[in-house]
Design a protein around this ligand. Structure first.
Ligand code: DAH
Length: 353
């Protein structure tokens, strides 16, 4: 190959350089710039195909031509880099100008979660009673018939043992879903000697369902056993609980009643929190609302846990937590607790604070 080839090669190189630098300096955006890079000095670009001619050159010509070609590749690359930096900056500036952030826009609302009102009420009851020295104890929801009924002095033929009220887990093994939290009294007394001062919050189950009854609901049980305990102590605790829970001076009264595990037994009524005792629709014009049961622990119960009935006395009480929550937060239908529609609860800002 003669020197004419080198001349020709150099001419072509110069053309590529001139055209390339011109095109690169006018590239409109990064995408256009990239297209030019591929066309001019990419793997299959103009410069690369021109360099294929190197192979046909003489030993003397080849290094000269190669150096020149590399110098031009470098020049093009440099100019490409410089243009890329400018185009990037220009695109950022343009974005800043066109896409303004409106810092005055209000934030998108995020649904806020909060404690379920039943748990809120339960936690409040627990904290009030713990401050009085009661210890929280827990028991299983699947309970033996003995703990749930026999030990609590329910006669074998008591109506609430029937299939209608009690969910039997196993007839043969005598296991039930506990129908109240009272069996936890038995567990506590079997575990420790007097004095006992315990409360037990938890789920209980009964075969019942309407707007005031649910097959699962929550109760809190209280038990105090010591040497010198009387009904005045019981009433004092209940009065304190109601005053603290409702945050007002609502009176408590005990109305004689019957439970197999207490003697004497009483229903716990409190002055209606809606009309403060004056009479309204909720309390059916009586001024009073029933919130639970209570009484002095029946000696038969002490006998079943081997406590000395001559030495000790005790009081017990039990109340429905849903009922307390309904009264405190003015919820009319018990079933709304279990529908888990948080929009319903958002109506009640009182416990959101
Ligand atoms: N266990 C009773 C019930 O579920 C409530 C109750 C009444 C509990 C009197 C007591 C009590 O501890 O003394 O209806």
């Amino acid at each position: 190959m003669g020197s004419g080839n080198l001349d020709n090669f150099e001419k072509n190189l110069a053309l590529i350089e001139k055209r390339g630098l011109e095109l690169i300096s006018h590239a409109e955006d990064l995408q256009h710039l990239e297209t030019l890079r591929v066309e001019l000095f990419g793997k299959k670009g103009e410069l690369t195909s021109l360099m294929k001619q190197l192979g046909q050159m003489s030993h003397e010509e080849r290094p000269v031509a190669g150096q020149k070609a590399n110098a031009i590749r470098e020049a093009l690359t440099k100019s490409y880099d410089a243009r890329a930096v400018r185009l990037k900056q220009a695109s950022i500036t343009k974005q800043l100008e066109t896409e303004r952030v409106d810092v005055s826009l209000p934030a998108r609302e995020v649904p806020q979660s909060f404690e379920h009102p039943v748990f809120r009420a339960q936690a409040e009851i627990i904290s009030i009673l713990r401050a009085c020295g009661f210890v929280v104890e827990m028991g299983p929801e699947i309970e033996s018939e003995w703990n749930n009924f026999d030990s609590l002095n329910f006669p074998p033929n008591h109506p609430s043992r029937t299939m209608q009220d009690t969910f039997y887990v196993s007839r043969e093994e005598k296991l039930v879903l506990r129908t109240h939290t009272s069996p936890v009294q038995i567990r506590s007394m079997l575990r420790s000697k007097p004095p006992v001062r315990m409360i037990c919050p938890g789920r209980v189950y009964r075969a019942d369902y309407d707007h005031t009854h649910s097959p699962m609901f929550h109760q809190v049980e209280g038990l105090l056993v010591d040497e010198d305990v009387h009904m005045g102590d019981l009433k004092g605790i209940l009065q304190y609980l109601v005053s603290e829970f409702f945050g007002s001076e609502l009176k408590v009264r005990l109305r004689p009643s019957f439970f197999p595990f207490t003697e004497p037994s009483a229903e716990v009524d409190m002055q209606c929190c809606f009309c403060k005792g004056a009479g309204c629709r909720v309390c059916k014009s009586t001024g009073w609302i029933e919130i639970g049961g209570c009484g002095m622990v029946d000696p038969e119960v002490f006998k079943s846990v081997n406590y000395d009935i001559d030495k000790i006395r005790g009081f017990a009480f039990g109340m429905g937590i849903e009922r307390m929550a309904m009264l405190k937060y003015s919820i009319e239908d018990l079933r709304s607790f279990y529908e888990s529609d948080y929009r319903y609860f958002l109506q009640f800002p009182r416990w959101l604070v």
